[in-house]
Every structure is written in structure tokens, then in C-alpha cells.
Design a protein around this ligand. Structure first.
Ligand SMILES: Cc1ncc(C[n+]2csc(CCOP(=O)(O)OP(=O)(O)O)c2C)c(N)n1
Ligand SMILES: [Mg+2]
Length: 555
């Protein structure tokens, strides 16, 4: 018989499925077992990780590909291990649903000293409130549906994580069946503010001889890439991205001129942006990594900054002007420019690591970072997901031109090392038919490497390049002291310990070619350990190191 009622856990799982969650990452614990039993009976597949931090990172990587991700843990010990991963999602606007299985409701009133609690049962919720767009502790079948819907809507509306705590007795409480999920929509822009913002923008852009556009991360998170592409098509304007917005559109786009990161940019990109007579910034966050340590000299009198619901022109703001309305409004009114007048040097012809430059291996030559990433720009295939860890990996891969259809992932604002191992598991789970390529440093890998075994366990076949430079090079370029040394592991042997896959060790350009040949025919996870010099890193990282040394009064 088709009961009019279901359990609260079933309600949540149906809703998760409706918003795009097909996989739930997690680690069990007694308070969450009741919920997990219902997950096993649902259409959402359970993916067990080695620890909760990686479950959160995996949900984040999954969400960056699918638009939503989720993980579940037990109370206290589990959820608090995951909190750093959720903080990263909060900072970088990634919609992750964090679910906790909590002790039964009665305990929240009587507060016995149950294991995993902190005595004060409210502490985890209060901690999560600080790093989520909405949070709830479910308490009854009567109120749970509305609470779940409220919190999931906030997740999608704000593109930020949310927190749902389910006490073990609430899991099986009966509640109504859900109807179709009503996806949140943005209210219309304030028409007068929108109109005025567009008029002022047109006045600046129409007079500009050398405009340039910055395509930012919010265009990715709020799925405004088509609108952005429409504006570029209509106008012919050149555009740059910063690290967070990398691969907002294909980097093979004829109007893409490269990565802009202030003083760390290539000369052409920096000069082209800084000499522009109008800069239209769409949806970017001006973080230190994005701006080359705040060295983007953008003249306020020439800059228009539009973010998700605000536009700033020169020194005044328009509130309640939504990015989508603003882009569409501008596109309708802007005229096409003659490309010859816009001084466009395509990234394809100029950026640091590019596939248009021939690469000829010198077999005996020891590998350098520059040569390795030059080689990688030929190796990465169309439609790949490329993930780069904070460190030499990120600073190098950011300057690698991505092929058609590629998605770039890096935690380039929050920068928690180890993120990419979990994110690789998440991305591989989210897109089983896409090639996932990870570049990760030895130091970062030591933080979260266990979940390499989870990738093997679930049959994922990413290709992982472990950059072994004998420690924390990104920290060494700030100050080279012994705390940046780490225990040298034989990283490529780990696949054997963790359950299988191809593990290879590479010191020279010749060995790299052999390894890539073997990788091409391997039907398994491939793990290639790349040895490079202790201080070998891109110039942008060296500049970043000097600037961080100065800021932190170390130099
Ligand atoms: C969780 C966390 N702890 C500490 C740091 C500080 N930190 C930033 S980079 C880094 C070292 C990274 O080393 P590795 O992965 O080997 O990078 P590379 O040598 O390629 O620069 C550290 C410790 C951090 N960003 N995140
Ligand atoms: Mg290192």
C-alpha cells in the first residue's frame, strides 16, 4: 500500500535526489546509523570515505561539477572533523549539504554525558551556524519538511553550504511526502536601479577604445556562463579570468587573453588590463590569490564591478541589481566592436604553458616544473576536469591553457592543503565519464592521502601527478626553515598498499614519456610521482612568496 506518510530521513533523501544529489559521502558512527540505513534503501548512493574531512572535500568537489553535493557524519567527532571542509565551501561559495546524525531529542534536554558530545549539545550547531547559509536541527515529523525545504533552498539560493542535524529518533518519525521541489529564483532586479546601472555602464563602455572584461567565479556558481558568452559574442570584447574564475568559458575562446593576477600576470595581460580605459568586472571576488596579493592596479574611475546582486560604478553602488539581468541588459544594448581595434592577443598564442608550442623531450634531462607543465599542456585532453592543489601545483596549472571543455578546480581562496584529494574523489564520482587529472604536492598529499584508497575502492580512474619536491616549497619561498621539511615517502608505492592501480616514479623527461605511454593504456587509477628541485617553482609563486614574507614581517 502506498502510505501517505514517509520517514523524515526518506523525505530528506528524496529532496536531495530532486536537487541533484546522487551520491552521499560519509563516515558512520552510532548516531548516524539509522539515517545511513535509510540511505542504503534510497536512490542516493552511499560513498564511504576514510575520514570526515575528506567527505566534506569530496562533497565540495562533487558540487563544483554537479551544482550540489552532500555528506553525512556522526555527531561531534565526525561533523567537527569535517568543519574545515565546510568552511572552504562557505568561503568559495560551493553548495554543500552537511548532515549530522545526532543523539535522540530527549538528550538535548537532559544532557547526559554521552560519548561524542561536548557536554553542551548545542556547540556543533552553533559552530556550523557561522559557516553556513542556513542550519537546522530537525525535531518532529510535523516541522521537518518545511525545515528541510527552507535550508535546501538557502543552499541553492546563496550557493553556500547548509547544515542539517537529525537526532536519531527523528530519522524514523513520519512526515508528509514531498511534492516537486520548488527551486529558489531570484526576485526581479529593482527596475530603476537596473536601468540606471546599465545606462551608466553604457556611457563608459561606449566611449572606451580599449575595454576589457573580467569573467568571475560567480558566473560559474550561478550558472551564468551562457549569458556571459552572449555578451562576449555580441561585443567582441577581450576577457581575462582570475584564479577563482578559471575556465568560466573555454580557454580556447578567441577573446580569452589569459590569467590576470596583478603583478604576477604575464606582462601582456597585466598591461592590457591595467591600460584598459574601461574594465568590466563580472562576478569576481578580489581575494589576495586572485589579485596577486592586491597588486591589480585597477583605476576606480574606469572600473565597473558587478557581483551577484550589486553593481559598483566608480564610487557608487546599485543594490538589487542582479548579475543575470545586468548582463542581459548590457548585451541587448552594446554594439559589436571591430576586433582589430581591441588589441587582442589570444591566450593560445601567449600564455606560459601552451599546447601550440612544440614539446620535444630530452630523455636524460632532469624534469623541471616549467618543462613538466609544458608537457602537461599537451597531455590534458578536452573535457577533462583538472584539479590543482595549493602550492607549486596551483600556481603552475593556473598558467596552463586548458583545452576545450575542460573544468579547472582549485581551492584558490580558502587554500586548505589536502583539499584536492577529497575533491578528486568527489569530481570523479560526479562525472564518471570525464577524465580527472590531479596535480598535488607532497606536503598537501600527506594531509589527506587516505582517500586515494576510496578512489580505488569505487573503481575511479583519475590520473594523479604527485609533485615531490621534498617538502613545502610554497612555504620555503616565504622563508626556508626546517619546519618546511617533511618525511620523504615513496608515494608511488601507495597504490599497492591501498588496493591497486598503476604507480610510477619519474625523474627525467624520458621517464615522463614512458610513464605517459603506460598511463595511456592503463585501465586503472594512475599515480605518477614527479621529482623536481626543492626550490623549483613558477615565477608567480616566487613573487607571492616575497610578498607574503613582507606582509607577515618575515623579511
Ligand atoms: C590545512 C592547512 N594547513 C596548513 C597550510 C599552510 N600551507 C600552505 S601550503 C603548505 C605546504 C604545501 O606543501 P606542498 O603540497 O608540498 O606544496 P609545494 O611543495 O608544491 O609548494 C602549507 C603547510 C594550509 N594552507 N592548509
Ligand atoms: Mg612540496
Amino acid at each position: 500500500m502506498n502510505s501517505p506518510e514517509i520517514t523524515v530521513a526518506e523525505y530528506l533523501l528524496i529532496r536531495l535526489k530532486q536537487i541533484g544529489v546522487d551520491h552521499l559521502f560519509g563516515v558512520p558512527g552510532d548516531f548516524v546509523l539509522g539515517f545511513f540505513n535509510q540511505v542504503l534503501n534510497s536512490e542516493v548512493k552511499y560513498v564511504g570515505t576514510c575520514n570526515e574531512l575528506n567527505a566534506a572535500y569530496a562533497a565540495d568537489g562533487y558540487a563544483r561539477i554537479r551544482g550540489i553535493g552532500a555528506f553525512a557524519t556522526t555527531f561531534g567527532v565526525g561533523e567537527l572533523s569535517a568543519i574545515n571542509g565546510v568552511a572552504g565551501a562557505y568561503a568559495e561559495r560551493v553548495p554543500v549539504v552537511a548532515i549530522t546524525g545526532a543523539p535522540a531529542t530527549i538528550n538535548f534536554r537532559t544532557r547526559p554525558l554521552l560519548h561524542h558530545t561536548l557536554g553542551d549539545y548545542q556547540i556543533p550547531l552553533r559552530m556550523y551556524e557561522k559557516i553556513t547559509a542556513a542550519s537546522t536541527q530537525l525535531s518532529s515529523g510535523a516541522t521537518a519538511p518545511d525545515e528541510i525545504d527552507r535550508v535546501l533552498s538557502a543552499c541553492l539560493y546563496g550557493q553556500q553550504p547548509v547544515y542539517i542535524s537529525i537526532p536519531s529518533d527523528v530519522v524514523t518519525m513520519k512526515c508528509k511526502r514531498p511534492g516537486a521541489f520548488v527551486f529558489p529564483v531570484y526576485p526581479p532586479s529593482d527596475p530603476d536601479a537596473l536601468d540606471e546601472a546599465i545606462r551608466e555602464t553604457l556611457a563608459m563602455l561606449d566611449n572606451a577604445q580599449k575595454p576589457v572584461v573580467i569573467g568571475g567565479v560567480e558566473l560559474i556558481r550561478f550558472r551564468l556562463q551562457n549569458e556571459f558568452a552572449g555578451l562576449l559574442d555580441k561585443t567582441g570584447f577581450p576577457y581575462v579570468t582570475m584564479m577563482l574564475g578559471k575556465t568560466v568559458l573555454s580557454e580556447q575562446h578567441p577573446q580569452f587573453i589569459g590569467l590576470f593576477e596583478g603583478d604576477r600576470s604575464r606582462d601582456y595581460v597585466r598591461e592590457r588590463v591595467e591600460s584598459a580605459d574601461c574594465i568590466l568586472q563580472l562576478g569576481e571576488l578580489m581575494t589576495d590569490f586572485n589579485t596577486g596579493g592586491f597588486t591589480t592596479r585597477l583605476d576606480d574611475s574606469k572600473t565597473i564591478s558587478a557581483n551577484i546582486r550589486t553593481v559598483r560604478i566608480k564610487h557608487h553602488f546599485f543594490e538589487n541589481v542582479y548579475l543575470r539581468d545586468y548582463i542581459l541588459g548590457l548585451t541587448a544594448k552594446l554594439a559589436r566592436r571591430d576586433a582589430a581595434t581591441l588589441e587582442i592577443q589570444r591566450a593560445v598564442d601567449g600564455c606560459v604553458h601552451r599546447h601550440t608550442e612544440p614539446y620535444r623531450p630530452d630523455p636524460q634531462q632532469a624534469l623541471t616544473i616549467k618543462r613538466f607543465f609544458d608537457r602537461m599542456s599537451h597531455f590534458v585532453e578536452n573535457d577533462s576536469i583538472v584539479i590543482a592543489e595549493t602550492g607549486v601545483s596551483l600556481f603552475s596549472a593556473a598558467e596552463m591553457l586548458m583545452p576545450e571543455g575542460a573544468t579547472f578546480i582549485g581551492q584558490t581562496f580558502y587554500g586548505s592543503i589536502g583539499y584536492t584529494v577529497g575533491a578528486t574523489l568527489g569530481a570523479a564520482t560526479a562525472a564518471p565519464n570525464r577524465r580527472v587529472v590531479l596535480f598535488v604536492g607532497d606536503g598537501a598529499f600527506q594531509v589527506t592521502c587516505q582517500d586515494l584508497s576510496t578512489m580505488i575502492r569505487y573503481g575511479h580512474k583519475p590520473i594523479i601527478f604527485l609533485l615531490n619536491n621534498d617538502g613545502y616549497t610554497i612555504e620555503r619561498v616565504i622563508v626556508d626553515r626546517p619546519y618546511n621539511d617533511i618525511q620523504p615517502w615513496r608515494y608511488h608505492k601507495l597504490v599497492e598498499v591501498f588496493g591497486g592501480g598503476l604507480g610510477l616514479d619519474v625523474h627525467t623527461e624520458g621517464e615522463l614519456e614512458d610513464a605517459l605511454d603506460k598511463a595511456a593504456t592503463a585501465d586503472s587509477l594512475v599515480f605518477i610521482e614527479i621529482h623536481t628541485g626543492r626550490l623549483d617553482c613558477p615565477e608567480a609563486l616566487r613573487i607571492a612568496g616575497r610578498s607574503m614574507a613582507k606582509i607577515n614581517q618575515l623579511a
